[in-house]
Design a protein around this ligand. Structure first.
Ligand code: BTN
Length: 248
């Protein structure tokens, strides 16, 4: 087995940038940064979230960073496994602070009914395999006041009533990502998928879901081999790709 990646050995700390993911992409267009390179910003002026949304984060209060990986051992049929591995690494990280979290499919990290962290993975492909992945992560840490338009944010400070020092906190995350990335490399997808499933927000609970066409009642039973969300209704088992279904 190839040695594991040293996440954060190369560490780029920026005061202000549009988006750490965009910075990573620029870097990748010019050079080949070491695998595990981390780009961390105190402030993002144009942080990106999923579904083309903006990622809001108060300057100097939170962790907003990107990690460059080269998962060339993953072909396109296993892309979702990377997102599952990253989600699990964040669950492990929060667990180390006695914060219990779940994964709102596909990869929002929730503490009870509130969002504590978000992940935005941007991939490049060469033929059937991944050539690079930019793992963008936003963790709400010391922020206590949020834009009221945001649905349900929470931060580590709001949960634990204490401030965290950002850089040591970020460094303490790296081993968790290394471990899960190693498991992925070792082909332990099945074990990870089981862990991912058992930590899904709303698993086996009756909920209302919404697609572009309709609202319906159902229960999340897990994810399929392609990472699609499986929802059991009275009539059927439905499967959804990212962005095809929303739920609260
Ligand atoms: C989401 O939940 O919508 C994903 C949020 C991802 C935000 C992070 S912050 C660091 C990195 N750079 C970005 O522009 N976005 C990601």
């Amino acid at each position: 087995m190839v040695n594991n990646v040293a996440v954060g050995k190369v560490f780029i700390h920026l005061k202000i940038i549009d988006s750490t993911n965009a910075y990573a992409r620029q870097l990748l267009s010019k050079t080949k940064p070491a695998e595990g390179t981390v780009i961390f910003a105190d402030e993002q002026t144009s942080g990106k979230g999923q579904l083309n949304k903006h990622w809001e984060s108060e300057a100097g209060k939170n962790l907003t960073f990107s990690v460059i990986l080269y998962p060339d051992f993953l072909n396109t049929t296993r892309i979702h496994a990377l997102s599952q591995a990253v989600s699990l690494s964040l669950l492990d990280f929060f667990h180390s602070f006695q914060i219990s979290t779940t994964i709102k499919w596909p990869n929002d990290i929730y503490e009870q009914d509130k969002k504590l962290a978000g992940i935005l993975i941007e991939n490049a492909l060469v033929k059937e395999n991944l050539s690079y992945s930019i793992i963008g992560i936003g963790i709400n840490v010391n922020q206590t006041v949020f834009n009221p338009e945001l649905l349900n944010p929470v931060s580590m400070k709001l949960i634990q009533q204490k401030e965290f020092e950002l850089k040591p906190l970020l460094e303490s995350y790296f081993p968790f990502l290394e471990k899960r990335y190693f498991e992925l490399k070792a082909g332990e997808d099945v074990k990870m998928k089981q862990e991912y499933r058992s930590n899904l927000y709303g698993l086996m609970e009756k909920r209302t879901f919404e697609t572009a066409q309709k609202k319906f009642e159902g229960m999340i039973t897990g994810v399929d081999a392609n990472g699609r969300l499986m929802i059991e209704t009275d009539e059927d088992v439905l499967k959804f790709s990212t962005n095809e279904v929303v739920y609260l």
